[in-house]
Design a protein around this ligand. Structure first.
Ligand SMILES: Nc1ncnc2c1ncn2[C@@H]1O[C@H](COP(=O)(O)OP(=O)(O)OP(=O)(O)O)[C@@H](O)[C@H]1O
Length: 269
């Protein structure tokens, strides 16, 4: 297999006496969707925030294409190609769909925000091409505030793409979405991963999404990495069963449901 895009080794972070992340190691390859799962307080957000530099790592190493990310500022990490999806802020909701993507392109190119007034034509074609990739070109000139929730999520993906990330971090991408919308968004994400050769690391509480779309999963519990592998391997993993035991979710049911949703069984959802 090729050299991993991301190599995380012995990564850790403590808050006071709590080892939020306790020496975890994993790899992520270009073209791969990797889910980071685990019960509440497992250390998912802390891991995410160390990868994008928002939180300094307490120990360990995070290599992106062989370059050390630990010790770099968030913006430097972003410049190296680690993107994340952001919710469209209130202030930008009044802008049109295409203007939001143009703003992201301005930011990527390092242009000053104040240029915007005279730059409403800035890379409009490029912005439209990104919207085309997420199926939103037809709604380019509508204000974001008018869009359906699922469509806003598509625009947020286009915004994240403006930086041409090699690795995209998505924190609970489908939170608050109905099942059908969830699947549409994840199918789109998967398409972008394949088309652009990008890698995605995402956290997700919705197990049906994870089982249907993740190429691989890593499972955290109390800061430790307790299992990693393909969804079916994880489903049958005794430690994972143990951690989730009592949560009311049995992996068998979830895996069956996701197979139905993604059409693996040939049945319609
Ligand atoms: N800034 C902080 N200060 C102190 N403790 C923290 C801080 N951030 C996280 N923790 C603790 O670290 C542990 C891991 O938290 P983290 O938010 O990374 O978990 P998580 O897996 O993302 O949980 P959730 O699914 O609930 O979002 C928890 O015990 C949490 O209370």
């Amino acid at each position: 297999m090729s050299t991993p895009l991301l190599q995380v080794s012995n990564l850790g972070k403590s808050f006071g006496g709590v080892k939020a992340v306790d020496g975890i190691s994993f790899d992520l390859h270009a073209g791969e969707l990797l889910a980071l799962i685990g019960p509440n307080g497992a250390g998912k957000t802390t891991t995410f925030n160390m990868v994008n530099g928002q939180l300094p790592a307490g120990q360990g190493s995070i290599l992106l294409n062989g370059q050390e990310l630990v010790g770099r500022a968030p913006r430097a990490i972003w410049r190296l190609g680690v993107g994340r999806t952001f919710q469209i802020a209130e202030t930008f909701a009044s802008l049109t769909v295409v203007e939001n993507v143009q703003m992201a392109l301005l930011s990527h190119d390092g242009r000053l925000f104040s240029m915007w007034r005279s730059a409403s034509a800035y890379k409009r074609d490029e912005a439209l091409a990104l919207l085309e990739q997420v199926g939103m070109a037809a709604q380019a000139d509508r204000p974001c505030s008018e869009l359906a929730y699922g469509d806003v999520k598509r625009v947020e993906l286009a915004i994240a793409m403006a930086n041409s990330p090699k690795l995209l971090l998505m924190d609970e991408p489908t939170a608050g979405m109905a099942p059908r919308e969830r699947n549409a968004l994840m199918a789109l994400t998967k398409q972008l991963v394949v088309d652009r050769g990008m890698a995605v690391l995402f956290t997700e509480h919705s197990m049906d999404v994870v089982f249907a779309y993740a190429d691989r999963m890593i499972v955290l519990a109390r800061g430790r990495l307790i299992a990693q592998g393909k969804p079916l391997e994880i489903r049958d993993h005794p430690k994972v069963q143990e951690v989730y035991f009592g949560s009311g979710k049995t992996f068998e049911k979830i895996a069956q449901k996701s197979a139905e949703i993604s059409g693996v069984t040939g049945e319609t959802a």
